[in-house]
Design a protein around this ligand. Structure first.
Ligand SMILES: C[S@@+](CC[C@H](N)C(=O)[O-])C[C@H]1O[C@@H](n2cnc3c(N)ncnc32)[C@H](O)[C@@H]1O
Ligand SMILES: [Zn+2]
Length: 266
């Protein structure tokens, strides 16, 4: 997959430990193996995206295998729909799902996240892929470069996703459903509010081929309860009392409920 310069949009070529464009904009390949392609003017805060603590909690939780059914569902769908690479994962986090998916279909992988900590940990563990710190709003790859694009519990920007996918390429989107992690929510919130949630969105430039429900239960003990909480957006929403109740929770049996939407780029 050819990468493009985030400043002038010309193709980047590797020169020693850097990526360089014809205009001589140069981006270092970090010691850990990722490249920072997020220009300062696109950074809305000093440390955009997930924090190191969130990334580490997610890694420890996912490595526990509790969400393996989601990885399995992605691989089954890729096989069923005969997906082919290159794979581009937007909002890749620490790389758990996309590396398993790309390996299963034997495809080249590029993972992209706005959080430098996320791609740093992804690059540290998964050496057989390329990792970019970049924004989904302006993906630094050439038009039509990807065969399979994934956004898993992350942002969806249909216009930009359409640009970077080749014609007939596939887009896998995983969204949490209304009843995702109800056990956790019952502990941290005094009252549960149910807003209507669209889990099979219409996306311009894409045809929805299938909406696959993924539902399974699991039991967590001790630190993994806190890890699950820390990797969700609830971390920033709960009251102190809610967070205290969770800290005292030693065992949690819960149900993950999400949807895998399979889209084809038209
Ligand atoms: C809920 S996490 C999911 C991570 C990973 N896909 C997973 O399921 O393990 C969402 C990720 O999106 C990243 N993110 C948020 N806004 C982004 C943006 N504008 N461009 C790229 N990544 C973004 C965050 O840093 C975070 O790593
Ligand atoms: Zn350039």
């Amino acid at each position: 997959m050819n990468l493009i310069c985030p400043i002038c949009e010309k193709t980047l070529c590797r020169q020693d430990r850097s990526l360089v464009c014809p205009e001589n904009h140069s981006f270092d390949i970090a010691r850990q193996g990722y490249v920072n392609l997020l220009p300062v003017q696109r950074r809305h805060s000093a440390h955009p995206g997930d924090t190191r603590e969130q990334v580490l909690s997610r890694r420890e939780f996912l490595e526990g295998g509790f969400y393996a059914p989601i990885a399995d569902a992605l691989i089954s769908a890729a096989e069923q729909y005969e997906a082919s690479g290159p794979v581009l994962d937007v909002g890749c986090g620490e790389g758990y799902y996309c590396t398993r998916l790309a390996r299963a279909i034997n495809a080249e992988l590029v993972g992209l996240d706005i959080s430098k900590d996320a791609v740093r940990y992804a690059a540290g563990k998964y050496k057989d892929a390329r990792w970019l710190c970049a924004t989904a709003a302006r993906i630094p790859v050439e038009d039509g470069a990807a065969g399979l694009l994934t956004s898993l519990f992350a942002i969806t920007l249909p216009e930009e996703f359409h640009r970077v996918l080749r014609e007939n390429g596939l887009f896998f989107q995983v969204l949490a459903a209304q009843d995702h992690l109800l056990g956790l929510k019952k502990i941290i919130y005094d009252e549960l509010l149910f807003r209507d949630k669209v889990t099979a969105p219409e996306l311009p430039g894409f045809a929805l081929l299938e909406s696959i429900p993924i539902r399974f239960s699991f039991t967590l003990e001790g630190k993994q309860v806190q890890n699950l909480f820390a990797m969700t957006p609830h971390l920033f929403r709960v009251s102190k009392a809610g967070a205290d109740r969770l800290r005292e929770t030693q065992t949690l049996t819960d149900t993950a409920s999400c949807v895998l939407n399979v889209f084809r780029r038209t």
